[in-house]
Design a protein around this ligand. Structure first.
Ligand code: HGA
Length: 610
């Protein structure tokens, strides 16, 4: 999604803004731009369609200079990707604004502004904000103008604003889109994601909903809350370090993140396992009381996180005996949901800023839920702040748009939730102890699967010329098949679909021929024999099979059947382990096809618009 960077600094801010934009590139975008107030009061602007490198080339030819400025990477929602639609947007020569989100009442505001003589230079919803601000700023200072304009905006936004008449001032505001203030030494910064600013600071203030902030010379930071009252917000030190923002020895962030999984899964477990059980307190001091009242769960998420939720349904029902309903957030939030007594509301989101998931949480707050739990990767994110309980997944920053380590750590966290609830609901202690033991061994098994990478890369060559692929799984591996298909679609642009293997003969078998590779996960579980029959059905129609199978399963390689053997794993944890070869397969197919692996076309990292 879009990214915002802003700075008021002792030095020329062009380099700070450009570096910030580069660090936001992973979020996915189509154009970039910046505006800087020169010391003589002129606003200078530079924008480019395409990558930040294109903006950098333009800036090299015609540099900007000044001590305050704003910059943006845009992921178009209103108006096509073009230089004219790229941010910052200006009203005349005196005011510039960058915006993440959507102004829902932009049409009415545009009509109003055109009626009083403003003319529009872009097709965006954002430009109305620039003109409204310009008009209001004529009545007084910029901070007051921003406050008055915010009252007129419907929708979601994070904003950064500069004005020619306000030297060394940047105003920021947030409602529904994330925005942080970076605290420097006599300098202050603004960004939609702390990663953008790690070169200049590791100290951040996470703005709250409705906050407006004024950054001024000397590092002055003034925050007003939604009611306009000056407030002090806590300064937090960023924990993950700056190394996360570099690819290290890896060719892509995605590959680096796939290989980080043994470490981050171990981190997700650290301090949360007792000798024979999960420590319920890992979910917070109130967890035990709240969990004791749980009779069912509504689990809401989007994309990859939704797939993690689907896996958890199998686990929670089997090991904790809790009925679970899993739903995509964009559907859930517009439904008339029936909430039975004792229902826990669980959200899953890597960023904690996913617009639909956040809206679903806010919708759920007005319903009769027992309480809410967020499973999330970003401390301080909106989802974390607004939930009753949280469990951090500890995956560290995930830069590749296609989620990998965030997914497997979510699954790990969901297994912890399963066992915490199981423990309170009378799960057989030996069964729990066996699972805890298996969890301890999981990072080692993950490492062993990753060592199969060369064999998986060799398999990927069969997909280079293919246009479609079918993924099959049964039980908790059906969601893993869905996730495998999603990965392949996202980064290699091959059309892929996933089915529960038992559904094959109810329709998709019609698609199977020698041009349709079929990928299947075959752990050694109670559904194995049924899965083997389904695979025979594919073979009989000439489909080429790629099977990821338990080493103990007697599946033999033969003409048209490629088998990759995985180490044996506790049946319950197999969905985590079997995710890995599917991630690696998609990665290698994408590399083979030469796509932009870390920033696939049309996609964005944290989806902060509806
Ligand atoms: N609506 C604005 C900003 C879009 C955005 O925030 N994307 O993530 C535009 O289309 O320019």
């Amino acid at each position: 999604m879009c990214g915002i960077v802003g700075a008021v600094a002792q030095r020329n801010v062009q380099g700070i803004l450009l570096e910030g934009l580069k660090r936001l590139e992973y979020r996915g975008y189509d154009s970039a731009g910046m505006a800087i107030r020169a010391d003589d009061g002129r606003l200078q602007r530079c924008r480019a369609l395409g990558k930040v490198a294109a903006l950098e080339d333009k800036l090299a030819a015609a540099p900007l200079a000044g001590h305050s400025g704003i910059a943006h990477t845009r992921w178009a929602t209103h108006g096509r990707p073009s230089e004219a639609n790229a941010h910052p947007h200006q009203s005349g020569e005196r005011l510039a604004v960058v915006h993440n989100g959507i102004i829902e009442n932009h049409e009415a505001l545009r009509d109003e502004l055109e009626a009083v003589g403003y003319s529009f230079a872009s097709e965006t919803d954002t430009e109305v904000v620039a003109h409204l601000l310009e008009r209001e700023a004529r009545q007084g200072d910029l901070l007051g103008a921003v406050q008055r304009v915010l009252a007129r905006l419907d929708g979601a936004y994070a904003l950064g604003v500069i004005h020619a008449d306000e030297p060394d001032v940047v105003i920021g505001a947030r409602k529904g889109s994330p925005l942080v203030v970076g605290v420097g030494i006599e300098e202050a910064f603004l960004a939609s994601d702390p990663l953008a600013l790690l070169r200049v600071t590791d100290r951040f203030i996470y703005l709250e909903e409705g906050d407006v902030v004024r950054l001024a010379a000397g590092g002055e930071i003034t925050i007003l809350d939604a009611a306009g009252t000056p407030v002090t917000r806590e300064i937090q030190t960023f924990e993950h370090g700056d190394g996360a923002a570099s690819k290290g020895e890896y060719r892509h962030f995605m590959l680096k993140e796939i290989h980080e999984q043994p470490t981050v899964i171990a981190a997700a477990l650290e301090g949360r396992l007792g000798d024979r059980n999960v420590l319920v307190e890992s979910f917070g001091p109130e967890a035990e009381t709240l969990f004791a009242g749980v009779r069912q769960i509504h689990l809401v998420a989007c994309g990859t996180s939704y797939h993690a939720g689907l896996v958890a349904r199998y686990w929670l029902e089997r090991y904790a005996g809790v009925p679970v309903q899993v739903e995509v957030a964009s559907e859930y939030r517009y439904r008339r949901v029936v909430v039975p007594e004792g229902t826990l509301f669980v959200t899953l989101s890597q960023s904690g800023e996913t617009a639909d998931t956040l809206a679903a949480l806010r919708f759920a707050r007005d319903r009769d839920y027992l309480g809410s739990l967020a499973i999330c990767n970003v401390p301080g994110s909106s989802l974390v702040r607004e939930s009753d309980l949280t469990l951090m997944t500890r995956a560290g920053p995930e830069i590749g748009v296609a989620s990998t380590k965030a997914f497997t750590t979510q699954l790990t966290a969901l297994m912890l939730l399963t066992l915490a609830l199981g423990r309170l609901r009378g799960q057989d202690p030996d069964e729990q102890a066996g699972l805890v033991e298996a969890l301890r061994g999981l990072p080692g098994l993950v490492r062993r699967v990753l060592s199969l990478d060369p064999a998986i890369e060799a398999l990927s060559t069969a997909f280079g010329e293919k246009h479609h692929a079918l993924f099959l799984g049964r039980g908790a591996h059906f969601p893993i098949a869905l996730e495998g298909a999603l990965k392949l679609k996202e980064i290699s642009y091959i059309h892929a679909e996933a089915y529960p293997a038992g559904e094959l003969k109810h329709g998709p078998l019609a698609l199977v021929d020698s041009e349709m590779p079929v990928i299947s996960v075959a752990p050694n579980d109670e559904l194995l024999d049924k899965l083997k029959s389904n695979l025979q059905e594919v073979r009989a129609r000439g489909g080429e099979l790629f099977v990821f199978a338990d080493a103990e399963v007697g599946l033999a390689e033969e003409e048209g059947v490629h088998v990759l053997r995985l180490p044996h794993v506790h049946e319950a944890l197999a969905p985590i382990l079997y995710t890995l070869p599917l991630q690696l397969l998609s990665y290698h197919v994408a590399v083979l096809k030469g796509t932009d692996v870390d920033q696939p076309r049309n996609l964005a990292k944290s989806v902060t618009v509806e």
